[in-house]
Structure formats: structure tokens, C-alpha cells
Design a binder for this molecule. Structure first.
Ligand SMILES: C[S@@+](CC[C@H](N)C(=O)[O-])C[C@H]1O[C@@H](n2cnc3c(N)ncnc32)[C@H](O)[C@@H]1O
Length: 334
């Protein structure tokens, strides 16, 4: 068995805890904290690193309970067994590394400790601060412990190619998971934007048909282009508050991320908007269908939900998306 820890979008703790045993059959979860899961499995690191709902995954090398980052670095520097372990693990992942210190999700610098640790390892493995194969992370958590891990997911930001407002595939994957995908699903994302959710659905999950729509002409064209070769995928240009091209009871799952009202001041995304959107969702969905909605407008959606008797709220999680507070709502059509 190998020890690992992985980070994920904070707020999805229950989803990750439920899903991990399905993907890693022998997993033993040691703890789930906000945005972090610690576990062991005999499965290969490549398999762990390939789980698309996890942000970053690491070999867990040590846990230093109730320690500061500096204390953890000192413990590490004195530990010769650990030194050999780290060198062997770096060689499993690649040839070069760099050291990162993180304090409650913020990268901090400890130049003197970084230099000492680099010196300790330099004879066996190469330091590359710009483009390393892996990273040695000291992660100090709010709960008190420092986790020392070697990164198995490749360094380098996956956000580089994202368009404004486009979701990272990790959160799109978690939203799809919440919708309990099945091979008979007729899935709809009526606010598809650049298509992160539909692309993830098509790439990773079973479905019968996927429909994606978008109001903005330019964004719609890009979406159409991206989805043109995908099987059983239909793209529409529409206003999602009036989905007259879709018949009553024709959709089993909706997974969507409506506008947040931050990129365009023309967007009115308050209660009137959500009232219309939920009325339309209710009309086009089958009984028992599931809608998973990610929104930055929690109070508007919640007010409408309180006054509408067509859905029940199955699950709600508060999440942080690109540093912004948002909510994920899983609704069942009655
Ligand atoms: C938050 S973005 C979705 C981003 C998408 N999840 C992605 O990853 O690319 C919301 C999208 O809804 C579109 N939109 C805004 N109002 C709309 C409406 N009434 N009907 C359909 N689309 C709308 C916006 O143009 C924007 O592309």
C-alpha cells in the first residue's frame, strides 16, 4: 500500500469520499478535510494522478502533527531514512524537483530552508525551479498538521488555456458526478459557455444524448466548433429562460453553471432570472430528473427554491471557485 493525499475543490468533501472507493477499489481513507483527502491504496500512482476530479495528488511522505512549516522542515532535514525515501520517490516520478511551502493554501517562501533541503538532495536529484518533473510540498493546514508530499500530478497550471468564466475540468467532473450519470440520460447544459461541463460529460460519463446551449453568438460559435465531432451531442443557440425548442419532459439531467453576473453588467441574474430558469427546467424535465446547478447567486436561487414546489433540494455544498464563494445545488424534479 502507498500513502497519498489529494487536493480538490473545497466543498465537495462528501462527493470525493463517496467516489474514491469506486475508482480505487482497495482505498482506505484516513481523513477528509476541507479540500483535502488522505488515503492509502495499492493502486499505481498513475491511476491516482489520473482521477479528473482531484486537483493535485501527492505521495504522502510524512505528517507532522501540530507543527509549523519551519519545524517540519527541520524534522525532515534530520531524517536520513526520509531523505532516501524522497530521492527514490523523485526518481520514480522524474529527474528534477523544486520545493514548495504552502501555508493555509498560500504559497510562502522559506529561502534558507529551501536551500538546505536542496543541498541535502542535490547529489542524487536535480533542482529545477522553472520546469521541474515534480515538487516536494510542505503543506500547513488550518487544522494544525503539516503534510509533506511529493507531487505525482504534473506541475504547471492547467488554467492557462481557460477562457474567461470557463470551469476547470475538475469542478466540471464533480458536477457531472453529482448528477449520477447513466447510459439512458438525456443531459442538458443550457448555459454551456465554452463547454467545460458537456465536454467532461462526453469524455468521461455514460449518456444517451447531450444538449448544450448558449446565448452569446461568439461563445456559441466556439462551443459549436468544440462539440462538432462529438457523438450524440446537439448544440443550440438560445435564451435559457425560454427553451421553447425543447418539449415537456424531454430531459433527465441538467448540469449547469448559469451566469454569475460578474463579466457583463447586462446580465440580470437575480430572483426573476432564477424564477424563469427553474420554471423552464421544471417544464422540460422528467419526474425524478436531477438538476445540478453551480451558482454565484446563492441567495437569489435559494429564495426562488423556497417558493417553488416543483423541486426538492437533495444536496447543497458551499464551494470556492477561483476564490469566489458559490453554491452547488442538487435538485430532484417532483
Ligand atoms: C458561467 S458561464 C458558463 C461557463 C461554462 N460552464 C464553461 O465552463 O465554459 C455562463 C454562460 O451562460 C451564457 N448566458 C448568459 N445568459 C444566458 C441565457 N439567458 N441563456 C443562455 N445562455 C446564457 C453566458 O454567455 C455564459 O457563456
Amino acid at each position: 500500500m502507498n500513502d497519498y493525499f489529494s487536493t480538490f475543490v473545497a466543498g465537495f468533501e462528501k462527493t470525493v469520499e463517496k467516489r474514491l472507493p469506486i475508482d480505487l477499489f482497495d482505498v482506505k481513507i484516513a481523513g477528509v478535510m476541507e479540500g483535502l483527502v488522505v488515503y492509502e491504496t495499492s493502486l499505481h500512482a498513475q491511476r491516482v494522478g489520473g482521477l479528473r476530479y482531484l486537483n493535485n495528488s501527492f505521495f504522502l511522505l510524512r505528517t507532522y502533527e501540530h507543527s509549523s512549516l519551519e519545524e517540519a522542515a527541520l524534522f525532515m532535514l534530520k531524517d536520513n531514512i526520509l531523505k532516501t525515501q524522497i530521492i527514490n520517490k523523485i526518481k520514480r516520478v522524474g529527474k528534477s524537483f523544486r520545493i514548495i511551502f504552502s501555508n493555509e493554501n498560500k504559497i510562502v517562501s522559506f529561502d534558507n530552508k529551501t536551500t538546505e533541503i536542496e543541498k541535502m538532495l542535490i547529489n542524487a536529484v536535480r533542482v529545477d525551479k522553472a520546469n521541474p518533473d515534480t515538487e516536494l510540498w510542505f503543506i500547513k493546514r488550518r487544522e494544525g498538521a503539516v503534510y509533506l508530499g511529493l507531487r505525482i500530478t504534473r506541475p504547471g497550471s492547467s488554467d492557462k488555456h481557460l477562457q474567461k468564466g470557463q470551469l476547470r475540468h475538475q469542478i466540471a467532473h464533480l458536477l457531472c458526478l453529482l448528477s449520477e450519470p447513466s447510459k439512458d440520460d438525456i443531459v442538458l447544459d443550457p448555459f454551456a459557455g465554452y463547454g467545460a461541463i458537456v465536454l467532461e460529460m462526453v469524455l468521461c460519463f455514460p449518456y444517451k444524448k447531450v444538449m448544450a446551449g448558449e446565448k452569446d453568438k461568439q461563445v456559441f460559435r466556439l462551443l459549436q466548433e468544440k462539440l462538432k465531432s462529438k457523438k450524440n451531442v446537439v448544440v443550440g443557440r438560445w435564451d435559457a429562460t425560454n427553451l421553447s425548442s425543447l418539449t415537456n419532459g424531454s430531459v433527465s439531467k441538467i448540469v449547469t453553471d448559469p451566469p454569475w453576473g460578474i463579466y457583463s453588467n447586462k446580465e440580470d441574474v437575480g430572483e426573476v432570472f432564477y424564477q424563469r430558469v427553474l420554471e423552464e427546467f421544471s417544464r422540460i424535465m422528467i419526474r425524478g430528473g436531477l438538476a445540478v446547478i453551480l451558482t454565484g447567486q446563492k441567495s437569489a436561487l435559494e429564495k426562488v427554491l423556497n417558493n417553488i414546489d416543483k423541486f426538492i433540494l437533495l444536496e447543497k455544498c458551499d464551494v470556492l471557485v477561483s476564490g469566489k464563494k458559490a453554491g452547488v445545488y442538487k435538485l430532484k424534479k417532483l
